[in-house]
Design a protein around this ligand. Structure first.
Ligand code: HEC
Length: 140
């Protein structure tokens, strides 16, 4: 009986430790699929699709990457010093999302060409920021 109790406790503890790692993966896959929609919008030159998908993506990105504590929480042990750098990568995403929205909604009254180029560059900046943080996390 005692043994079974201990095993149950062991499984419970293992379970709770895995929950946050699992959630992080699940959330990152979600973010990834929303980002793919944005890419598709750009590749087919469909500003309506870009606008719709970037707004959806923006909500998830903010939820996951907006504050330093959340990022610290998702970081592996021994990488604490790089949390600020990762937070900056996350900020690049937020700023670039806004550039894309502003250009598509023509808030700055740029020419068609400038709007297209600025929003495409901002899209690339988002992807680089994903890579930046992943490299920090994954470098040995
Ligand atoms: C602030 C840091 C940070 C940023 C920015 C970030 N990620 Fe992640 N990402 C992580 C961490 C931490 C993991 C989990 C550890 C790992 O996979 O190495 C992860 C994992 C992933 C995974 C793989 C999950 C797996 O199980 O292999 C995908 C896909 C992913 N991220 C997509 C994205 C996309 C797309 C972006 C940009 C829009 C992005 N991430 C931006 C920190 C970040």
């Amino acid at each position: 009986m005692k043994k079974i109790g201990l095993i149950a406790i062991a499984f419970f503890v293992m379970g709770t430790q895995n929950v946050s790692a699992y959630d992080l993966k699940k959330n990152m896959f979600w973010l990834n699929s929303e980002f793919k929609d944005v890419q598709q919008g750009f590749m087919t030159s469909d500003p309506k699709k870009v606008l719709r998908s970037i707004k959806t993506f923006s909500g998830s990105a903010k939820e996951m990457l907006a504050d330093k504590d959340a990022i610290r929480h998702m970081f592996p042990k021994g990488k604490e010093k790089q949390v600020t750098e990762a937070t900056n990568a996350a900020k690049v995403i937020e700023v670039s999302v806004q550039v894309i929205i502003d250009e598509i909604e023509n808030k700055e009254k740029h020419s068609e060409l400038v709007r297209r180029e600025n929003s495409q560059s901002a899209y690339i900046a988002i992807e680089s920021a994903c890579f930046r943080c992943h490299n920090i996390v994954r470098d040995q």
